[in-house]
Design a protein around this ligand. Structure first.
Ligand SMILES: CSC[C@H]1O[C@@H](n2cnc3c(O)ncnc32)[C@H](O)[C@@H]1O
Ligand SMILES: [Zn+2]
Length: 466
C-alpha cells in the first residue's frame, strides 16, 4: 500500500518536473466545445483547442492533445463556447457611428447629397474621428469583429485609435472630386491619401494602408486611373463603391457609355488588389469580368436594404468564383456595425429573392464573414481561418443562452441564431481584447461621455438640409 502510494507521488513529481518540461511552452491556449476553423482539412473540431505563440496559431487539435503537447501561462477554457476566426468587416466608414440615426428612410443619393455630405463638411474633424473611431472599435470588439475596412477621413487619427484598440484594419482614406473634410478637392485629398500610404506601409502589421476613390460617379476617369496607378506603385489594396444603385448605372451609362464595372475595365482599373463595395447592379458579363480580374466584392445587405439600393446578385457572384466578403457599411446607413446581422440577412434575403431555400447555405455565408472577407481583402495568408501559421485573430462565442439551446448544428446556430452579444472573447494577434464581455482596450465610460457630447453638439448646430 505504502509502496503504491509512494509510487504515485513519485510519478506525479516526475510528471510535474519532467512531463511539464516536455510540453512546449506557449503564450496561450484557447479552447472551444467546437472549433469552427474555416479550414477544409479539419472543418469543425469537437472539444478542440488552439495553441498561440508570438501572436500566431502554432497548433490546432483536440484539447486533450493540445494540453498533452503544450503548456501556457494563460488559458481560456472553452466549455460552452465555440472558438472560430474573428469576423472580417470588409466595408465600413467607422467613425460614422456618430451620425447613426441622423438621416433615415432615404435613398442613397438623397441621403448622401442632402444630409451626409453636408454633415461631414460641418462636423468631421480630428476629434470627431478619434471619438467616432474609438466608439466604433468598442462596438466592433463587442460583436466579434477582428478586422475591418475603414473608408473614411483623417486616417492618421483612425490608425492611432486602431493601434490602441488592438484591432486589425485596412485604413483607406477617401478621395473624392469635390470638397471633403479638410480638403478642397481631389488633388489635395489624394496627395494626402498617398502620403498616408507611404508613411504607414509596413509600419504596423495590424494597420494596412489602402487607397479609396469614392465611386465612379464622384471621381473622374483621370483620377480613377491615377488612383489605381498609385495603388500599384505602392503595392497597396484599393477599395471603391461600385454599381451600388440603378441611378449610378444610368448616370455612368449616360456619361461614359458603359456600365460601372465595364467603365472601370475600360480604364484598366480592375485587378486583384481591388475590392469593391456593394456591386448590387452588375450584369452577367460584368460578373464574369470581375471573376476573371480577381476583383473582390463586399456585400452589405443591411445598407442595401435600408437605402433601398436593391439585392446584390451574391449567389451568381459566388458561383462565378468571385471572392465575396461581408460588410456593414457605415452605421448611418445600417444602423450598426453588427456583422451577425449581415451574416443572417445574407443567409435569408437571397433565399427569399431566388425563391430557393438552398441558396447561400449557412456554411457559405459564415465563410463569407471570415475567410471570404480575408480573401477579398488580400489577407487570406494572414487571417480568416484557424490554421497553423496564421495570426491568432479568434473569437469565442458563448453557447449557453436560451436562443442557442439546444444545439444540433453549430454552423446553423452561428448563422441563424447567434447575436453580437453572444461573443464572449476577442483575440487579435494573440492579444486578448475582450474576455467575459469585458473590453480591455477601450475606456468605454469616457468614450461614451465624449460621444454623447458630440451628439449634443451635432443636434444643436446641424444646419437644416435644403
Ligand atoms: C469616399 S468614401 C467615404 C464617403 O462615402 C460616404 N458613404 C457612406 N456610405 C456610402 C454608400 O453606401 N455609398 C456611397 N458613399 C457612401 C461617406 O459618407 C463618405 O463621405
Ligand atoms: Zn460605403
Amino acid at each position: 500500500m505504502l509502496i503504491a502510494f509512494t509510487g504515485q507521488v513519485a510519478l506525479a513529481q516526475y510528471n510535474y518536473r519532467w512531463g511539464n518540461q516536455h510540453r512546449q511552452r506557449v503564450e496561450m491556449i484557447v479552447g472551444g466545445d467546437f472549433v469552427v476553423t474555416m479550414n477544409d482539412a479539419q472543418p469543425v473540431i469537437k472539444n478542440g483547442a488552439v495553441a498561440i505563440n508570438n501572436g500566431k496559431i502554432v497548433a490546432l487539435d483536440t484539447e486533450d492533445k493540445i494540453l498533452a503537447a503544450y503548456r501556457a501561462s494563460k488559458r481560456l477554457p472553452g466549455e460552452g463556447k465555440v472558438l472560430m476566426p474573428g469576423l472580417v468587416n470588409g466595408h465600413s466608414h467607422t467613425a460614422m457611428v456618430l451620425f447613426r440615426g441622423l438621416a433615415d428612410d432615404l435613398s442613397l443619393q438623397d441621403w448622401l447629397q442632402n444630409y451626409i455630405f453636408p454633415a461631414e463638411g460641418q462636423f468631421v474633424n480630428e476629434n470627431f474621428i478619434r471619438v467616432g473611431e474609438t466608439l466604433a472599435c468598442w462596438e466592433m470588439i463587442s460583436g466579434g469583429t477582428t478586422t475591418f475596412v475603414d473608408m473614411y477621413f483623417k486616417p492618421d487619427v483612425a490608425a492611432r485609435v486602431v493601434e490602441r484598440c488592438g484591432l486589425r484594419a485596412v485604413i483607406a482614406p477617401s478621395s473624392i472630386d469635390f470638397p471633403s473634410p479638410g480638403f478642397r478637392g481631389w488633388d489635395d485629398a489624394f496627395a494626402a491619401a498617398v502620403d498616408f500610404v507611404k508613411r504607414w506601409k509596413g509600419r504596423n502589421p495590424r494597420i494596412i494602408p489602402a487607397l479609396a476613390p469614392h465611386a465612379p460617379y464622384t471621381v473622374s476617369p483621370e483620377h480613377l486611373t491615377q488612383a489605381i496607378q498609385a495603388a500599384r506603385q505602392y503595392d497597396v489594396p484599393l477599395t471603391i463603391h461600385l454599381a451600388e444603385t440603378q441611378t449610378e448605372v444610368q448616370d455612368i451609362q449616360q456619361r461614359y457609355n458603359a456600365t460601372p464595372v465595364q467603365h472601370l475595365e475600360n480604364l484598366g482599373f480592375l485587378e486583384s488588389r481591388v475590392f469593391a463595395a456593394h456591386v448590387v447592379w452588375p450584369n452577367e458579363s460584368e460578373i464574369a469580368l470581375m471573376a476573371k480580374r480577381g476583383v473582390g466584392v463586399i456585400h452589405n445587405p443591411d445598407s442595401n436594404l435600408k437605402l433601398a439600393s436593391g439585392f446584390a446578385p451574391v449567389p451568381a457572384m459566388v458561383q462565378a468564383g468571385i471572392q465575396v466578403g461581408l460588410g456593414t457599411d457605415g452605421a448611418a446607413s445600417n444602423n450598426d456595425l453588427d456583422m451577425w446581422e449581415a451574416i443572417r440577412l445574407t443567409a435569408l434575403i437571397h433565399k427569399g429573392k431566388s425563391l430557393d431555400p438552398t441558396t447561400l447555405p449557412a456554411k457559405t455565408v459564415l465563410r463569407m464573414a471570415t475567410l471570404g472577407g480575408a480573401e477579398a481583402l488580400g489577407l487570406a495568408d494572414k487571417i480568416g481561418a484557424i490554421k497553423v501559421g496564421l495570426q491568432a485573430d479568434l473569437i469565442q462565442v458563448d453557447l449557453t443562452s436560451a436562443h442557442l439551446t439546444p444545439l444540433y448544428d453549430v454552423i446553423s446556430h452561428l448563422v441563424y441564431a447567434a447575436k453580437a452579444q453572444d461573443v464572449d472573447t476577442v483575440i487579435v494577434d494573440g492579444q486578448v481584447l475582450m474576455s467575459e464581455r469585458q473590453v480591455f482596450t477601450v475606456n468605454t465610460e469616457q468614450i461614451r461621455r465624449e460621444a454623447i457630447r458630440i451628439g449634443e453638439q451635432i443636434q444643436a448646430e446641424l444646419r437644416p438640409s435644403n
